[in-house]
Design a protein around this ligand. Structure first.
Ligand code: HEM
Length: 532
């Protein structure tokens, strides 16, 4: 019996040693696997189990909080990302909750994602915003695969082609005449001009007419409960919702809890948009069938409704395209004009050069035409320099890979969202001398396309996800800016000097000036020009 007891005791001792050894080797294996995996990832802040780097981001956000709200918004996110780039370099890896992100901040790395591996990296994460504002991922910006290829082809060949832009030139000219007349009337009363609102009215008018023969005030007539009931305020409402971050972006399984109430907000917005767009679509369908057309013929909605065969689109896809174009086309163009005018007023010598060029090429008896624009090299350089220094979309939407991917010497897990830092690329001091200085001369003898091919400046993105509205966006920016600068002398409000104008950036998804640009305009052409 005693022998048996000894044997069992010995055995337990023996088993204990085996168990302990196994356990330690298992822990060691886990640890070394984690270290191995981590060393293959780009640098970034420490990752806590389950939460990743969220606690640090929340801490950084808390450190810079100014209001009583404790939720992270894109505004604060962007400035936090800037700090991470300074600390970790052009590739930063972030694990936030269960989602992986990589921030790409120089041209060389951007080439890997947007050019070399464009096909693997053009997917978008399926977020709540993509579901409700992309009409079930049927729009342009959030769709993928065959549908994305189809809508991009339609944009290039029909909706936003050169022919289509020429066809709608009269709309741009009429909206420009309204804008110039508004400034002229304000100037005669000595009123201050809010440049952003003025240009937003211009761009929204152009887009709403081109797309569906509506004016920017259209929503006011239908009482669907939009906050201020104009298209301009609708776009602002959308931007506000898009700019908010919610827990489910980092911890998708918590989506059903809708902790921040964002899903409810998006559903409600989607309901109102569907009701509005369905009404417009129905009206167009009726009009297309009737001989006696009530609206401007051949707007973009007409083109979309007339598609046949494999190109035919569902109502969701049509609504998605309309919304993407209104939202994508209005705010970025307006922000670029506001930045350009702010820089010009801060740099009177440059403003003077632009006006002299306009006087020499176009004269003072008439307002310029679109065909004059290519004959204004200095003005063109001002626009390019504005797009470099103040890209309207400083950070791309997430580009996602669906298979694991090698980037430089690093390995990125599948479903990593890559955010391309377009702003940092245009301000890279290894490419641009004194990058924060506004110096149009850098573009005088060099085509911007040379810099775009080298991925040194990317105001419209690059590759499959590059902006399909770049040509329209450029013509809106150029026409509005050139007309405002040819038509008026611009000075800061009473009691201010040019240096009082701040160039502080908002940190939102669309980078506007943090404070609206307010200026006084003095007409410099014959009165008849403003009234035509
Ligand atoms: C100055 C004006 C504009 C600027 C600076 C601009 C900038 C950009 C940028 C940087 C992107 C790429 C984002 C990414 O990498 O994820 C983009 C995408 C897009 N833009 Fe623009 N844009 C402008 C005007 C327009 C206009 C006029 C339209 C349409 C009428 C438009 C519609 C779109 C759409 C639909 C996308 C998504 C493309 C896709 O995901 O396939 N944009 N824009």
């Amino acid at each position: 019996m005693e022998r048996w007891l000894h044997l069992v005791m010995d055995h337990r001792y023996f088993l204990g040693i085996i168990f302990f050894t196994k356990l330690s080797s298992w822990f060691y294996e886990l640890y070394s696997k984690r270290v191995e995996r981590m060393t293959k990832l780009p640098p970034g802040p420490f990752q806590w189990p389950k939460f990743g780097s969220l606690p640090q981001l929340m801490f950084l956000n808390w450190g810079r909080r100014t209001s009583s709200s404790s939720s992270i918004t894109t505004s604060s996110l962007r400035s936090i990302l800037e700090r991470l780039v300074t600390q970790y370099g052009p590739l930063v890896f972030l694990h936030l909750g269960s989602q992986s992100f990589v921030l790409v901040s120089n041209g060389e790395m951007a080439r890997e994602v947007l050019d070399v591996h464009d096909a693997e990296y053009y997917y978008r994460p399926h977020t709540t915003v993509a579901k409700y504002l992309g009409f079930e991922f049927n729009d342009i910006g959030f769709s993928t695969g065959k549908h994305h290829r189809l809508v991009r082809k339609l944009c290039a060949t029909q909706l936003l082609s050169h022919e289509s832009l020429n066809k709608y030139e009269y709309i741009r000219n009429e909206a420009r005449a309204t804008m110039i007349n508004t400034v002229w009337k304000s100037a005669s009363h000595g009123n201050v001009i809010e440049v952003r609102d003025l240009v937003l009215d211009f761009t929204t008018n152009v887009l709403c007419r081109m797309l569906m023969s509506r004016t920017h005030l259209d929503i006011a007539n239908i009482g669907l409960g939009f906050k201020q009931e104009t298209f301009k305020s609708l776009v602002q409402e959308i931007m506000e919702v898009v700019g908010k971050l919610d827990t489910s972006m980092f911890i998708p399984w918590m989506r059903w809890l809708d902790l921040e109430g964002r899903t409810i907000e998006l559903k409600e917005l989607n309901r109102r948009l569907v009701k509005y767009f369905k009404g417009v679509i129905e009206e167009h369908e009726k009009s297309l069938e009737s001989e006696d057309r009530a609206h401007e013929s051949n707007d973009i909605l007409d083109v979309l409704l007339s598609l046949e065969g494999d190109d035919m689109l569902s109502d969701e896809a049509i609504m998605g395209i309309l919304l993407d174009m209104v939202v994508g086309g209005t705010s970025p163009s307006s922000s670029s004009v506001e930045w350009a005018l702010a820089e010009l007023v801060c740099n009177p010598v440059i403003l003077d050069k632009v006006q002299s060029e306009l006087d020499q090429i176009v004269g003072r008896d008439c307002i310029l035409k679109e065909t004059d624009l290519p004959r204004l090299p200095y003005f063109q350089a001002v626009v390019k320099e504005t797009l470099r220094l103040h890209p309207a979309i400083p950070l791309s939407l997430p580009h996602m890979n669906i298979v694991p991917f090698q980037l430089a010497n690093y390995e990125l897990p599948e479903m990593t969202s890559v955010i391309v830092n377009y702003e940092a690329i245009g301000r890279d001091s290894t490419v641009w001398q004194n990058p924060l200085e506004f110096k149009p001369e850098r573009f005088l003898n060099v085509e911007i396309s040379t810099h775009i091919k080298a991925l040194e400046v990317l105001p419209f993105g690059y590759g499959r996800r590059a902006c399909p509205g770049a040509n329209l966006g450029l013509s809106l920016v150029q026409l509005a800016l050139a007309s405002l600068v040819q038509g008026f002398d611009w000075t800061p409000c009473a009691g201010q000097i040019p240096h009082d104008i701040d160039l502080i950036e908002s940190s939102d998804f669309i980078c506007f000036k943090a404070h609206k640009l307010q200026l006084l305009g003095t007409p410099r052409l014959a009165a008849s020009v403003y009234q035509s």
